[in-house]
Design a protein around this ligand. Structure first.
Ligand code: URA
Ligand code: URA
Length: 209
């Protein structure tokens, strides 16, 4: 019988809480492992905790998080329906992007979380998450709204980071916000098709009609 996902995730969270593998641990108030449904076929991955996340130990609870909630709600998702995590689990000082060596030191935790949840789609919120999984140097402008093969039947889906959307508030057709509202609707179609028993290739095909 497979080990209970909750037990496995708790073990990962305990290891995260004790981690001192990179200098980010010295500035943390709390680690921010991630939270949500371990049975979701879709997980969202951001960059790293900001101030409010560091203070609460929860992902995406600050200003960007409130926008993420709105984006999710616009397509009928509740945050408890999905799993939300970050590339790094400790706050980078001044909200800078995590350095490559910090991402490398932390990567096994995110990869363990992905292995436990075994989602069909990893939604990369912004360039840090997208390049963590996809490598290479495709810009977010090019990548957003598209699916990419990752491994073992898991797809990546790129979306703009909510912090970026806070800096570019226009909702005009073709604007990043407008596109994000299109992207989340596409993701909803994929989610519904998966819940209806379609495989990921079929689900993506249905979302593009
Ligand atoms: N930005 C992120 O990338 N992650 C969070 O958890 C909060 C803000
Ligand atoms: N660049 C990023 O890294 N993320 C975005 O969301 C947009 C541009």
């Amino acid at each position: 019988m497979p080990m209970d996902k909750n037990v496995l995730m708790r073990e990962v969270e305990e290891r995260i809480a004790k981690c001192k593998a990179c200098p980010l641990h010295t500035g943390r108030t709390n680690v921010v492992p991630g939270e949500g449904s371990l049975d979701s076929p879709i997980i969202f991955v951001g960059e790293g905790p900001g101030e409010e996340e560091d203070l609460t130990g929860r992902p995406f609870v600050g200003k960007a998080g409130r926008l993420l909630d709105k984006i999710l709600e616009s397509a009928g998702f509740k945050r408890e329906d999905v799993y939300i995590a970050n590339v790094v689990k400790c706050r980078p000082p001044g909200n800078r992007a995590p350095k490559p060596e910090e991402q490398r030191a932390c990567s096994h935790f995110l990869l363990a979380q992905v292995a436990i949840i075994d989602p069909k789609v990893i939604v990369c919120l912004g360039g840090t998450a997208f390049s963590f999984f996809n490598g290479g140097n495709i810009s977010m402008k090019e990548a957003r709204g598209k699916f990419f093969d990752w491994k073992a039947g898991i797809k990546l889906f790129a979306m703009y980071h909510p912090s970026y959307l806070l800096r570019v508030p226009s909702k005009a057709p073709g604007s990043p916000k407008y596109q994000t509202w299109e992207d989340i609707r596409k993701l909803r179609k994929v989610y519904d098709a998966l819940k209806n028993g379609k495989n990921i290739e079929e689900a993506i095909e249905e979302s593009e009609i």
